[in-house]
Each structure stands twice: as C-alpha cells, then as structure tokens.
Design a protein around this ligand. Sequence first.
Ligand SMILES: *[C@@H]1O[C@H](CO)[C@@H](O)[C@H](O)[C@H]1NC(C)=O
Length: 317
Amino acid sequence: MGGQKSDLPALGPPAGMQPLRVDLRTLLLLVLLPCPGAWQFHVIGPRAPVIALVGEEAVLSCQLNPSMDAQNMEVRWYRTDPFGLVHRYGTSWNKIEEQKPEYQGRTEFLKENITKGHVALRIHRIQPSDGGEYVCFFESSTYYNDATFQVLVTVSGMVPHFLIEPGNRQEIKLTCTSMGWYPEPELQWRDHQGLHLTPASETKTIEESGLFRVESSLTVDKSSTAKVSCVVRNLILNVEKEVHVSLADTLFPMDCPWIVGLVIILFLLATATIIIVLLVCVRKSKGSLKKKHGKLREDYDRPSVHELCWIIMSIIP
Ligand SMILES: *[C@@H]1O[C@H](CO)[C@@H](O)[C@H](O)[C@H]1NC(C)=O
C-alpha cells in the first residue's frame, strides 16, 4: 500500500490543486497544532488485488483508520496510468477533474457505512480496459491520505475446439482454437500421460471485444499418440478448459473402410448407367429406322434421340 502522506503541506494533493489551497491548509494546520493526531487518518484499501470479471461488477472498498465519519470529506477513486478520475464524492470547490468518459454511467458510490469511514465504489459492466492501478483518496478539511491497489480484470473463454487435418505422409495436423479470454491465456498440448507436447505454431489475437483468441497447431505422427489434449488456462483464476481427441478414432480416406465401400458403389452405379444408356440407344436406333420416312422433316429440324445416341456411342469405346 502506498501513497500515504504524513507531511501535509510539503507534498500537496495529487491533482488539480491550487497553491492557495496549500496556504489555507498551512493556516489550519497551525491552528490545529495544539492537538496533533486528532485529525489524522490512514486510508486502507483492498489488501489483495481486486479480481474483476469482464461483464460483471466490481466493488472497490476503502476505509479510514481510525474509524471516523467521512460524510463531509471528499472521496475520490482515480486511475494512475493513464491518470484519470473514476468517481468522486463530495462538495469540494475543486471541479477541475472530470470523470473519465469510459466510467460515466458505470459507477455507484456505496455510502451505507460512511459514518464509520467505510465506503465503496461499485463499477458495473467491467471491461478489459478497467484493469490497472487505482487510488482511493480521502480528504477532510484538514488532512488527506490515500491508498493504492490493483484491479485485475479477467475472464475465462470458451471450451477449445479441434480441427483435425491430414498432414504430410504419416502425419496429422491438429489445430486447437479458443476465444473469449482475458488476459492472454496459456495454451498447452499434452499427451495421454499428461506430458507437454511442443506445438508447431501458436498465435494470440485480440478480438473486437478486447478479449483474446488463441490458436495453436500440433503435428503428430499417425501411429505415435493415442490421446492428445489441448488445454487453455486463465492464469489469474487458475481455470482451465480442455478438449481431447483420441487419434485411434480419427478416420482418414486411406485407411477408412466406408470410403472404399462408397467408391465401389459409385463405380457399380456408373457401370449400370452406361449399360442402360447403351441398351436404350440400340432400341431407339432400330425404332427410328422404321419411322425414318415419316419423320424426315422433324429429324432435320432438331437433334433426335437417334443422333444423340450416335454421339454417345461414338464417345464410349
Ligand atoms: C456496511 O456494514 C455492514 C455491517 O458491518 C455490512 O454488512 C455491509 O456490507 C456494509 N456495507 C457496505 C456497502 O460495505
């Protein structure tokens, strides 16, 4: 926890304050000096980083130690990098700072316990850009102090899916893809014993939503591995999503009985079609010989079945 300021006039508040203010403070300090400590406080922020899930809400609570009424204080939450105001409570004359546009309409000040010096800020609809360092800052008429803490934004993505393709010769190319992760997930390939396999490639891209999509390819020998898993893990939540494939079940045209069957059926069908066409043609050519005299004109105008058969028969050896 940082940002505590013990020597008031020398340091000055962090943003937008005017020199006149410091002079007033010095005056007040001098007035109050006879009873040192009565007006001092520490700000205690979240002790561990706040984990905020994308799309959900996060509560950033801060309190005063010793416990004291903060109703008449100025309370602000701001980001340090990039610097900007997230939310402010109070009636201070200092209107220089404006709430960052990305937080407008998303913040809610929880002051149920403000008389005990305990307040919280609820941020709705967490987005990836909300992650980073935050400060909560309390200012009374005589003193100020702040606390710094981290917000970790995260989300676990979808169960990965496989694309299985035949590779060169005896190889199989496996591609594992998963979307909707934040921050960058870790992707691992494992064999049936849980041992890590080295991928041929891995790419991480940022989707339109600001979340990560990860894709990795692995080349395995057809005979080598029984079961291969692709595991994508969120390192903050320690959540992993896995998909596995048993290569023994993976069928490819060369060693696939039903494909061979299909080829045979198609061959038989083609042979039968040729035989039928030939039979029809033989019948038609006999029939058209008998009718030749009566049909002369018609035959002349459009290609007859007879002529089509002749063409077919001359193509087929
Ligand atoms: C206020 O204090 C009560 C009792 O300690 C607690 O249950 C409640 O959650 C607090 N409210 C907020 C907004 O922190």
